[in-house]
Design a protein around this ligand. Sequence first.
Ligand SMILES: [Ca+2]
Ligand SMILES: [Ca+2]
Ligand SMILES: [Ca+2]
Ligand SMILES: [Ca+2]
Length: 262
Amino acid sequence: MATIKQILMGITVATSVSVLPNHSVSAASLINFEPVDGKFPDGSLAVDNMPITDQFSSLGVTFGIDRNLDGLPDAGLFPLLEAVGPDSVAGFQSTKGGGNDTAAPGFEERLGSFFLQGFSKEANDISLLISYNSPTKAASGEIWDIDGRPGGRFEQWEVQALGSDLSVIDSIVSPAGTFPLETAPLEASPWFWSFDRPQKDIHAIRLVYTGNTNGLVGLAFDNFSALAVEGSEPEPTPVPEPTSAIGLLIFGAVAYRFRKGK
Ligand SMILES: [Ca+2]
Ligand SMILES: [Ca+2]
Ligand SMILES: [Ca+2]
Ligand SMILES: [Ca+2]
């Protein structure tokens, strides 16, 4: 007769199979531009105003600027790392945070210490391009501080997903920034966007400015989830509860008796 130990061994095997990890998408694909021990994944030191290009290539993406909108990064143009808080270069003005590059109250942790900004404050220098080594099905990210201006002027963005031929296959348009800034919901705050396609056909993502302000346009970009919509990652398969282990024990005992009775 099968001993209790043998039955329990069977349960152990069943249990270890049922909790095989399902970590194909992990939080590691979230790029928040926060260095770990001062460094980015490629080992480079994080320095304010440094160009961001291939520091995150180990996560399957590279960053560039696509001024001529051909889907390819333009030589000599690149987005720049920007440190939170007032310093020599400002990424965005904040009336709610009390100074340049400062998040509205409640969003400080979300912004962290660094974010990404465009090459300059000209509209065509801030078409951020994120190129994939291999296509993705989904992605998400945040554009911060979409401002309004007096006289009905506003900042606005179109986030574009580019297909295999680098044409636009999907797009999302942001809300228009509102004025006055003191009561504007997007002032010094994030606007979250996401794509979730039926198949892996996103080869690049591009942010194009569609607002109607004249000059002095800023881009502040953060919390890019390269391979999945942030927060939608699959949960690890739960460990079977004790009741199901008992069920297995009963099943094992019944199966043994059935075999023995044959
Ligand atoms: Ca950040
Ligand atoms: Ca280009
Ligand atoms: Ca700054
Ligand atoms: Ca602002």
